[in-house]
Design a protein around this ligand. Structure first.
Ligand code: NAG
Ligand code: NAG
Ligand code: NAG
Ligand code: NAG
Ligand code: NAG
Ligand code: NAG
Ligand code: NAG
Length: 468
């Protein structure tokens, strides 16, 4: 039986909800002064939280979004911006990731560095093993730049575990596809800067070490979807770029004279594979007709979304859309790695966000001994730099923990404060791939429900500051 008091509470609550719907604004300065308003919201959230159940199904699909340069201040800023673009105050709105039921913190340090770089951290969250900074796909026994420490120290990634289990796999990034983060998914390299043999020291090439572009097409030759930038590392030295003919800095870099793109095209001849280098060709690919797609849209990294030439280069959303349509055709599911979410929210720099400060970075400015008056600068400009507390010429990766938002089968295993290399172990456990999948064998009473193996485990890792 409902008491009179709880009936009034419920009615008040519904009234506020209706007002919100009608006015499109959830916050009413007058109501906010009433403790009952906040108590009702909290009680409502509590009731929903009590109904959250652990999802112990098998994950058919795995998606890892990596928000490089998208730390908590940026997430907050993006949320407010989204709300404001919808005509609200902003703070109260919800991003998709805000609705993910589990959040964990991940410690990011590399084995030889307190403040990690992308290479060592990518090795941790893709290969499950903590590593040294500057190295990809090798354990901490490998030393940066020392070719002869590669052999025997290779570690494989969850992308390979998924491929070995018969899943389709893909990489979508707004950086060059040989950048540290994506390369840890397929390469074993003691130096993240060895994009092509043109960037490698001669001794390392002589000793038999392979550059990242070559490893991309050789190590796991049947990655279904590869999209991003980095064309020039695939072409022979001095070969003109198709989009920027005659611009020397964009021409090929390979000293071994190989044309890795032509090799890829030749290999895919009978395999429903497509190579594209521009947006119109990408969008003309029929995903149901394609099993393999290599899309390289710039000689180097792609531009930030705000600066992208939208007539020639696809957006991250367009790339991910095509990727998922190609990958999801596999009845055994897929694994997809998506990097560079930051450009989508790089317009953090709207006025309200300047209340949110970065810990360090290029935004630190003193004019005549005092902080810049925000009202006198053009914060709507794309390159506007949010104010920072500590002056640095370029921002660095922070040494602080990063947040992981997770949703789907076994997402509850991502809770509390964890080491970064724990992440792929959870994803592999949820999908019954890689090591420790005993719990998946049929007849095991603790086996997860295979009948509902149609779920996706989605993870979003937000890394505070972008650089490398
Ligand atoms: C490995 O290479 C380094 C130089 O890069 C050299 O100093 C070292 O002696 C080599 N180690 C072996 C076992 O060959
Ligand atoms: C590339 O061009 C430079 C400068 O024009 C030249 O010195 C070099 O020999 C060329 N390299 C190749 C592999 O053709
Ligand atoms: C896109 O690439 C295709 C294939 O090389 C080419 O025929 C077409 O002209 C390109 N489109 C643009 C807009 O550059
Ligand atoms: C976009 O690329 C096209 C084709 O190269 C070029 O004609 C156009 O000027 C570019 N637009 C911008 C804004 O750079
Ligand atoms: C800084 O102070 C000097 C001397 O008072 C003045 O001439 C100058 O305009 C000031 N600069 C700015 C950016 O306010
Ligand atoms: C900041 O700039 C605005 C706009 O020019 C001005 O109205 C305001 O007085 C300035 N504030 C300070 C503290 O200088
Ligand atoms: C069943 O799963 C549990 C938990 O992972 C595991 O310890 C056990 O060895 C499995 N038993 C069999 C028979 O596979």
């Amino acid at each position: 039986m409902m008491t009179k008091q709880s009936t009034i509470k419920a009615a008040t609550f519904i009234f506020y909800c209706l007002l919100w719907l009608v006015q499109g604004k959830p916050l009413f300065p007058e109501k906010e002064k009433d403790p009952e308003y906040w108590n009702l919201w909290a009680q409502h959230t509590l009731v929903k939280a009590l109904k959250v159940e652990r999802n112990t199904n098998i994950a058919k699909n795995l998606i890892l979004f990596l928000g490089d340069g998208m730390g908590i201040p940026t997430v907050t800023a993006a949320r407010i911006l989204r709300g404001q673009l919808n005509g609200h105050f902003g703070e109260e709105s919800q991003l998709e990731m805000d609705k993910f039921p589990y959040v964990a913190l991940s410690k990011t340090y590399n084995t030889n560095a307190q403040v990690a770089d992308s290479a060592g951290t990518a090795t941790a969250y893709l290969c499950g093993v903590k590593a040294n900074e500057g190295t990809v796909g090798v354990s901490a026994a490998a030393v940066r730049g020392q070719c002869n420490t590669t052999q025997g120290n290779e570690v494989t990634s969850i992308l390979k575990w998924a491929k070995d289990a018969g899943k389709s796999v893909g990489i979508v990034t707004t950086t060059r596809v040989t950048h540290a983060t994506p390369s840890a998914a397929y390469a074993h390299c003691v130096d993240r800067d060895w994009y092509s043999d043109g960037e490698m020291p001669a001794e390392a090439v002589q000793e038999g070490c392979k550059d990242l572009a070559r490893q991309l097409v050789e190590n796991i030759p049947n990655i279904n979807v590869i999209m991003g930038g980095g064309r020039k590392y695939m072409f022979p030295k001095n070969m003109s770029d198709v989009e920027y003919p005659g611009e020397k800095r964009h021409s090929g870099t390979r000293k071994d004279r190989r044309n890795l793109i032509q090799e890829w095209i030749d290999r895919m001849k009978d395999k429903r594979g497509y190579y594209v280098w521009n947006k119109s060709d990408l969008l003309s690919v029929n995903p149901s007709d394609a099993d393999y797609l290599l899309g390289l849209f710039e000689p180097g990294d792609l531009s930030y979304d705000l600066e992208r030439n939208s007539s020639t280069d696809p957006s991250l959303t367009e790339m991910v859309d095509v990727a998922i349509k190609i990958l999801m055709k596999n009845p055994k599911g897929f694994y997809l790695l998506v990097e560079g979410l930051a450009p989508m929210v790089s317009d953090v720099d709207q006025k309200p966000f300047t209340a949110i400060l970065y810990g360090n970075g290029p935004g630190f400015k003193l004019i005549n001994g005092s902080r810049v008056n925000i009202s006198t600068v053009d914060y709507q400009e794309n390159n506007y730099q949010a104010q920072a507390a500590v002056p640095l010429r370029m921002e660095t990766h922070g040494g602080e923990d990063v947040a992981i938002f997770s949703k789907g089968p076994m997402a509850h295993l991502l809770h509390g404060v964890q080491e970064q290399n724990y992440i792929p172990h959870v994803m592999a456990y949820a999908a019954c791939i890689g090591q420790n999948k005993k719990h998946c064998s049929s007849g095991n009473s603790s086996a997860p429900s295979a009948t509902k193996a149609s779920f996706t485990l989605a993870l979003l890792i937000v890394i505070p500051l972008l650089l490398c």
